[in-house]
Design a protein around this ligand. Structure first.
Ligand code: S3P
Length: 423
């Protein structure tokens, strides 16, 4: 992908593809129901293609057109070969939870990058519940069966671990309680409650009582993805003269730490027309160009904006003062080591950034230089570097930008419609 900066003002309105986390959960819940589910506005991107392919190999019927799917699942069958989770950590982790209660043996593989990501955080508690899992990294093999309800004390606030354990808990012989150090995204809890499952949750614990019956069907319209909206919000706030509206975005507070942080930095962002879609809060967001001041981000806020740090780093380069991110060592085990990749690639754009073991420090404002940068096949890095390139003087090139298809295939088209020069 090539971009020319400095970008002209961005103007216009857009809607976004469905939320990645909610799409994954809706697909899995529908796959566990023997009745017909209908899901609208499902994210169709690399990560959900991986999930859909795996579910079909497990015997789940998935039809429909584009973003609207009709599904019928129930009891899964032994697949003919290994299931390829691609580069999707959510696919592998959530599948493991659902497979833990099924009496079949399944091999799970993925890209070399996925093989580097920790799976022990899922495998260990699932073994405690009764599943056999061959390894703590991919490729691995799972043999499920009868599960016992358990108490799990998570050391890290991970919604993927929580969602995976809840999928196993649905199939266990007694209640399961998951204690979390901080509140992570709560989409699973909301969706399961909507399906009539007895799930009680607070910021520090989630308790699920299984009812021994298969899940009822899922009927849901997936809200727009806040994590994709974050790139457009950032572009509008950063590019002088811009004003961008985004309709129908999920604004669940367990996801919107980025909004709270940008507002604390002085960004002009309004949220209107709050409503509910499938048990999730949804709203229309308007973001305008603003002058930013530096902030410190740490603690529970980190969990609520965990996917937004690559784009947040670009914003920090334009804020007056020193921005510090702490308590964010989880960034090192995402699609890339996001602290190291960010620091390395931003330095190619002549940004001065200090890496910390658990975050980074950037003093702004700084002028970004046009450069050849490499996303290291990390979709959120690629989109963040593209927004950074819009602030630079001259032509930049983002290598491995095809990774963007993993979560936001329409990224370049939407930005072009808003006025960006991308080619
Ligand atoms: C996700 C949770 C987060 C997030 C990922 C999606 C989910 O991961 O980074 O993009 O859908 O539950 P962790 O649970 O590993 O923090």
């Amino acid at each position: 992908m090539k971009l020319r900066g400095p970008a002209r003002p961005l103007h216009g309105s857009t809607e976004l593809c469905g939320d990645k986390s909610i799409s994954h959960r809706a697909l899995l819940h529908a796959a566990l129901s023997p009745d017909e589910s209908r899901i609208q506005n499902v994210l169709r991107a690399g990560v959900t293609t991986a999930m859909i392919d795996c579910l079909q190999k497990l015997g789940v019927s998935i039809t429909g057109d584009g973003n609207n799917l009709i599904m019928r699942g129930g009891v899964w069958r032994q697949p003919n070969g290994p299931l390829d989770c691609g580069n999707s950590g959510t696919t592998m982790r959530l599948l493991l939870g659902a497979l833990a209660g099924m009496p079949i043996q399944v091999d799970l593989t993925g890209t070399p990058a996925l093989e580097c990501r920790p799976m022990g955080r899922i495998a260990r508690p699932l073994r405690d519940m009764g599943a056999s899992i061959s390894a703590d990294r991919a490729p691995l093999s799972i043999k499920g069966g009868r599960l016992r309800g358990c108490e799990h004390h998570l050391k890290i606030a991970s919604a993927q671990v929580k969602a995976s354990l809840l999928l196993a808990a649905l199939q266990a012989d007694g209640p399961t309680t998951i204690y979390q150090p901080e509140q992570s995204r709560d989409h699973s809890e909301r969706m399961l409650r909507n399906l009539g499952i007895n799930v009680h949750s607070t910021a520090s614990a989630v308790r699920l009582h299984p009812n021994g019956r298969p899940l009822p069907p899922t009927h849901l319209t997936v809200p727009g993805d806040f994590s994709s909206a974050a790139f457009l919000i950032a572009a509008a706030v950063l590019v002088p003269g811009s004003k961008v509206h985004i309709h129908g975005v999920g604004v669940n507070s367990t996801r919107t730490g980025f909004l709270d942080t940008l507002r604390a930095m002085g960004a002009d962002i309004s949220i209107k027309n709050c409503r509910e879609r499938g048990g999730e809060p949804v709203a229309d967001i308007t973001a305008r160009h603003s002058k930013l001041r530096a902030v410190e981000v740490r603690g529970e806020l980190v969990v609520r904006m965990i996917d937004e740090f690559p784009i947040f780093a670009i914003m920090a380069t334009q804020a007056e003062g020193t921005t510090t991110v702490l308590d964010a060592s989880e960034l090192r085990v995402k699609e890339s080591d996001r602290i190291a990749t960010l620091a390395g690639e931003l330095r190619h754009m002549r940004v001065s950034i200090t890496e910390r073991p658990d975050g980074f420090v950037i003093t702004g404002p700084q002028q970004l230089s046009a450069a050849m940068v490499d996303s290291q096949s990390d979709h959120r890095l690629a989109m963040s570097l593209a927004i950074g390139a819009m602030l630079a003087d001259g032509k930049s090139r983002i290598q491995h930008s095809e990774a963007i298809r993993e979560s936001f295939p329409g990224f370049a088209d939407v930005l072009r419609l808003l006025g960006a020069e991308i080619y």
